[in-house]
Design a protein around this ligand. Structure first.
Ligand SMILES: *Cc1c(COP(=O)(O)O)cnc(C)c1O
Length: 452
């Protein structure tokens, strides 16, 4: 038998009624597999850490949300928010399901085109669209959402010299009763900026105003805010119809629906805090149907879906590097997962589950990553059974924003694997290598040689 390792004893104060010296009992079960594929096998084959996405969980959620909207409103279109996760395989799952593309930069626009999305099914948002980006989008018949007046003037200028008529919408920001208000993007409803832009746009004959857009925030916990937003956009559409005889073809309510993650500082976990997504569909569709919009010419309802459709389907698998006791006596467990690849750990208390059998007792511990940085904390405080070197963990709800906001910092970005509906695994983004990073660098001749 292997000799047991010595571990320094710790003295813990006992309080009656609280946990005993063995910690509190736990009802958590280990998470040994993702969609039936064992965690151990995935790590052996593809390395650790490892991002894993479930195709069936993506499709299932998409269909649930699409059904929730389409049973309540007759014309619904989803557009996948590229910045939430723009790995091509993921975008293509959404495009196969019928989703258009929603992009917020020239780079994302090109990515959508390369993915094969027709130009007229790309929604172009964002405050920075270069003149060349706008010209390309006009040529392709894309849906350009105007963020500010300077952009409107650039489009007017382009429209004078181009043969295609630009298809545009105004991005509107507004007070929906949720604060702080997102008034940085688009033009304001209450103070008349949006109406002013609409009048300027309509005065220009060669622009085609086809839609109205708003994206009121992210991780929005209030379905009622969407009701307010939908009513305000419907009112604007009615006003445009009255003044110009122009029918607005679509109303786009953006994204921002919450996932089931646990927000830092929230009293309740996401599973208890987040309203069912059906409530959002109900709020939006009833606001539109009860508005003064003509029932014979109802606009298409567009939703720019992001985190709510992908967060749950993403898992980050990792391995315990070591354990130590902090000077306070608190246990610290070091994982091979750093905040550079789990960016969302800055605002979520991610659920972390051991991937193998564990004892019934748990202890308050801190989970650190491998970076040589004090900020590299995955969880400041979490009740978990003790984990040993080499044990695996699964971090849940990581599908949104991590694979776009991740940083190459100290370590390289790991493999991303998709489990398809037949439980086959596919690498959808290869792990980075030092050659890949160095490929972008250039060393001037005089710095090439040195003697040490
Ligand atoms: C980011 C973004 C979305 C998606 O937001 P989620 O919070 O992920 O749903 C939709 N529309 C616009 C304009 C965005 O910037």
């Amino acid at each position: 038998m292997e000799k047991l390792k010595y571990e320094r004893p710790v003295i813990q104060k006992l309080n009656t009624g609280l946990m005993n010296k063995f910690g509190m009992s736990t009802e958590t079960r280990p998470m040994r597999d993702v969609d039936g594929v064992p965690v151990k096998e995935l790590i052996e084959k593809y390395g650790s850490p490892l991002f894993v996405l479930s195709e069936s969980q993506i499709r299932e959620k998409y269909r649930d949300l699409y059904t929730a909207f389409s049973v309540r409103y007759p014309k619904v279109q989803f557009a996948w928010s590229y910045k939430t996760n723009y790995l091509s395989a993921i975008c293509k799952i959404f495009h196969q399901e019928g989703s258009w593309a929603e992009v917020v930069s020239g780079f994302e626009y090109d990515k959508a085109l390369i993915n094969g999305v027709p130009g007229d099914k790309i929604i172009f948002n964002g405050p920075e669209k270069s003149k060349a980006d706008l010209a390309k989008a006009i040529e392709n018949g894309s849906l350009i959402h105007i963020d500010h007046l300077d952009e409107l003037y650039t489009i007017i200028e382009l429209a004078k010299v181009m043969t295609e008529t630009p298809n545009v919408a105004i991005r509107v920001n507004m007070d929906t009763g949720v604060y702080p208000m997102w008034d940085r993007f688009g033009l304001n409803y209450e103070n008349g900026q949006a109406w002013d832009a609409i009048n300027k746009l309509m005065a220009c004959r060669n622009l085609n105003l086809i839609g109205l857009h708003t994206h009121i925030g992210t991780f929005m916990l209030s379905p009622n805010a969407y009701k307010v937003a939908a009513s305000k956009l419907a009112e604007l559409a009615v006003r445009i119809q009255k003044r110009f005889g122009k029918t607005i073809q679509y109303i786009d309510l953006g994204g921002g629906f919450p996932s089931r993650n646990n927000l830092k500082g929230a009293y309740l976990p996401g599973t208890d805090l987040v309203p069912p997504l059906d409530d959002y569909a109900e709020a939006i569709s009833s606001a539109l149907l009860n508005s003064s919009l003509s029932p014979n010419e109802l606009p298409l309802l567009i939703l720019e879906t992001g985190r709510a459709l992908i967060d749950h389907a993403g898992y980050l698998l990792g391995t315990v590097i070591s354990n130590k006791r902090l000077t306070s006596g608190k246990r610290a467990t070091i994982l091979d997962i750093g905040v550079n690849i789990l960016f969302t750990s800055f605002w979520y208390n991610h659920k972390v589950t051991p991937a193998q059998e564990f004892s019934d007792y748990r202890e308050d511990m801190e989970l650190f990553g491998p970076l040589c940085m004090n900020i590299d904390v995955i969880r400041e405080s979490i009740q978990l059974p003790t984990l040993k070197k080499g044990d695996h963990v699964v971090i849940q709800n990581v599908g949104a924003y991590n694979m776009t906001q991740w940083m190459q910092f100290i370590t390289l970005r790991p493999n991303v694997v998709l489990i398809d509906e037949n439980r086959e695994t596919h690498i959808i983004r290869e792990n980075e290598t030092v050659e890949y990073i160095n490929r972008m660098e250039k060393v001037p001749d005089h710095l090439k040689e040195f003697d040490l």
